[in-house]
Ligand binder design. Structure first.
Ligand code: ADP
Ligand code: MG
Length: 220
């Protein structure tokens, strides 16, 4: 098991009323899983992924990863773990516009380490088919190219798990297929994958389909 959650719960307040954005979620992710989570907008998908990646804290429950409960780590330890061991592709365009493509890919590495990682970043850009873009500003990239950079960035520290929030949400069908193919390739090299999509179609490379409904996670 690469990741496991138990009773993961997160509530928010709206117009004075609390509601559960994530409701008692038990999830087990095996090392060879490719999980696709679908669900309507507002069902809690991003809330779940943001807890798994330590971006937000759960109200209660546990997230076991690599022998540790993420919920019990301090902020620095959590950032270290996220930048070093979990590949994360947030929803939307998450690249830093004032940095080059290459520097964007290297950035998570340099948050915790000093040794030069540029050649690894270049190899990842090559694998994503965008080696020629390393000096570009993210401003000049198409949606598909930006997403490829975000995938390369998520892989910089050789994570055991890759977590992506609607990685194809804003892409045309051709780029959607290509990005899914890249996830399948990463998965075939031994990385567990969780992707979220609000589209109904589940990629054929996924071995598990889960659905989020009003904060609860259901097997399909
Ligand atoms: N920081 C927040 N404060 C208050 N409500 C939030 C916050 N983040 C998300 N929500 C609400 O929680 C619910 C789930 O949101 P989200 O996880 O983003 O859903 P999804 O990713 O499935 O579209 C939505 O109703 C959303 O408006
Ligand atoms: Mg979302």
């Amino acid at each position: 098991m690469v990741l496991q959650t138990m009773g993961l719960t997160k509530s928010y307040e709206r117009r004075g009323e609390r509601f559960l954005a994530a409701d008692n979620i038990d999830l087990q992710v095996a090392a060879d899983d490719f999980i696709c989570v679908t669900g309507e907008s507002g069902s809690g998908k991003s809330t779940l992924l943001n807890m798994l990646t330590g971006m937000i804290r759960a109200d209660s429950g546990a997230i076991l990863f690599d022998g540790e409960d993420l919920c019990k780590l301090g902020d620095d330890e959590l950032a270290h773990l996220r930048n070093g061991k979990i590949g994360y592709i947030p929803q939307g365009n998450s690249l830093l516009q004032n940095f080059s493509v290459l520097d964007n890919v290297c950035l998570p590495w340099y948050l915790t380490r000093k040794d030069d990682i540029k050649n690894t970043a270049r190899a990842l850009l090559l694998k994503m088919g965008i080696a020629d873009l390393e000096r570009e500003s993210p401003r000049n990239l198409s949606g598909g190219e930006s997403r490829r950079v975000a995938i390369a960035r998520s892989l910089i520290a050789s994570p055991k798990i890759l977590i992506a929030d609607e990685p194809t949400g804003d892409l045309d069908p051709r780029n959607t297929d290509e990005v899914i193919r890249l996830f399948a390739e990463v998965h075939s090299q031994g990385v567990a994958v969780i992707i979220v999509t609000h589209e109904r179609q589940v990629p054929s490379c996924a071995n598990r389909h889960l659905m989020m409904v009003c904060g609860r996670l259901h097997a399909q």
